[in-house]
Design a protein around this ligand. Structure first.
Ligand code: NAP
Length: 431
């Protein structure tokens, strides 16, 4: 049986689980036909207590010892962040090593350069764990689904926001209270920005956009909205209309190119994504031959992520050649389409004066922007202020028109506040 020497960069949440699974083996060598040998592990702090017992002498604080070790064939980067991960992955590739990483940030921001470096070095750069944690999604797209032209990928791909939204929905609780609780329980970081503002989901959809569609989108051109504006009332009103609310990351072919977007969406209660709850993730892939597929599982956590990392390591170690994730750069490039061309239905929640004639003025603003109303419901009313919550569902409309209408609505004297504008995901007859 062939032994492959592995160098690890990082021994944190994921690195420890990867090291442990490698050391425990659990029949992995027999199943795969290769034996993995942990040769060296770089960390920041040698004195830190570790959850895994490593054989003596493996730890170093110098990552160069890992990427330059001539006996190491595969470098597994599990440090995270753009720096110094970018330089270390580049060095590992140029010194003739294959690289496996779970690092969505470096791939979303610098993936083109890293994939070019891998191609130049003739080495593999694979990153299944960077999207969807334990859910196999990148390898199926570049392998099992290769016969398909991928039409769209839509996903609930951030466990923290899905956990928060699920609790808001089931408990009718306020965003701030659930976020604070999620932080205490370890579901959200002390600084939750990367998750709740949609950056994490954006990095992942950028990676999927490049892999499945050949779109090279700078991360700052991708439309991104977080979940901070969602109110417990939105869940109540959405439910009455037959929807729930999820943070969706999507990449869809349109006539203008690939539209990439991250924002909260109304999801019909009867589609599979509506029942993906808590920290679970789901990726929906639509291929022209296979139709829609839904892959669901743990999108984060040490063991599920180690499953994806080690799947990549074993695949590389077994010497499976051919265009895996790093080889898919050869698919025809597709331009990135502007968000202004997106077409969908909208949910508009506004606080408006509770008196005759108000609706007609709101309807005129929407009508002038070529947006037709599907339904209007007057929800909670506040007798003291003389205002009411109005929830308007539109028919399909153009994003540019909706944004124009929204700014006009905000300027109407009868509109106290345009509280929320949420896009509605549409699903084909097979969904
Ligand atoms: N956590 C998850 O569930 C999950 C899921 C999917 C993907 N990922 C991705 O996996 C990667 C690792 O995440 P994680 O949660 O395991 O992170 P983590 O717990 O913060 O671990 C990071 C590790 O990298 C080491 N490190 C950081 N900078 C270093 C440097 N300059 N030199 C040497 N070592 C350095 C740290 O050393 P010390 O231990 O000495 O501080 C630590 O061991 C990230 O890219 C993340 O996005 C994580």
């Amino acid at each position: 049986m062939r032994t492959v020497r592995i160098g690890l960069l990082g021994l944190g949440v994921v690195g420890s689980a990867v090291a442990k699974a490698m050391l425990d083996d659990r029949g992995m060598a027999d199943r795969s036909g290769v034996r993995l040998e942990l040769a060296k592990v770089a960390v920041r702090d040698l004195s830190k207590r570790r959850v895994v017992n490593l054989p003596a002498g493996l730890l170093t604080t110098d990552p160069a010892e890992v990427v330059n070790d001539p006996n190491i064939e595969v470098v597994v980067e599990l440090m995270g962040g753009e720096h110094p991960a970018f330089d270390l992955i580049s060095s590992a590739l140029s010194s003739g090593k294959h690289v496996v990483t779970a690092n969505k940030e470096v791939l979303a921001k610098r993936g083109d350069a890293l994939l070019a470096a891998a191609a130049e070095a003739g080495k593999r750069l694979v990153y299944e764990a960077s999207v969807g944690g334990g859910i196999p999604i990148l390898n199926p797209i570049s392998d099992d689904l290769l016969a398909n032209r991928i039409e769209s990928v839509r996903a609930i791909i951030n466990g923290t926001t899905n956990y928060i939204l699920t609790r808001m929905s089931s408990e009718g609780a306020a965003y701030d209270a659930v976020l604070a609780d999620a932080q205490q329980l370890g579901y959200a970081e002390a600084d939750p920005t990367a998750d709740v503002d949609g950056f994490d989901a954006l990095y992942k959809i950028a990676i999927l956009g490049r892999l499945a569609f050949g779109a090279s989108a700078p991360v700052d051109v991708i439309h991104r909205e977080g979940i901070g504006r969602i109110d417990a009332r939105d869940f109540r009103y959405a439910d009455e209309l037959g929807f729930t609310i999820k943070l969706i990351a999507a990449a869809q072919r349109t006539a203008d190119g690939l539209l990439l977007r991250v924002h909260p969406s109304l999801i019909p209660l009867d589609v599979p994504m509506a029942s993906v709850n808590g920290a679970m993730n789901m990726v929906e892939v639509v291929g022209d031959l296979v139709g829609p597929l839904w892959l669901q599982g743990a999108g984060a956590g040490p063991s599920p992520t180690a499953s994806a990392v080690l799947g990549d390591v074993l695949r590389v170690a077994r010497g499976i050649d051919g265009p895996g994730p790093s080889g898919s750069a050869s698919i025809a490039a597709i331009p990135v389409a502007p968000m202004s061309g997106h077409v969908c239905q909208y949910y508009i929640r506004l606080t408006a004066a509770d008196r005759p004639g108000v609706l007609a003025r709101i309807a005129k603003v929407l009508g002038d922007a070529a947006i037709s109303i599907r339904s209007v419901i007057q929800m909670d009313t506040d007798a003291t202020s003389g205002s009411a919550d109005l929830v308007i569902m539109t028919h399909s409309a153009l994003e540019a028109n909706m944004q124009e209408a929204a700014s006009r609505l905000r300027g109407l004297d009868v509109v106290v506040e345009l509280d929320n504008l949420i896009r509605v995901e549409s699903y084909g007859p097979t969904a």
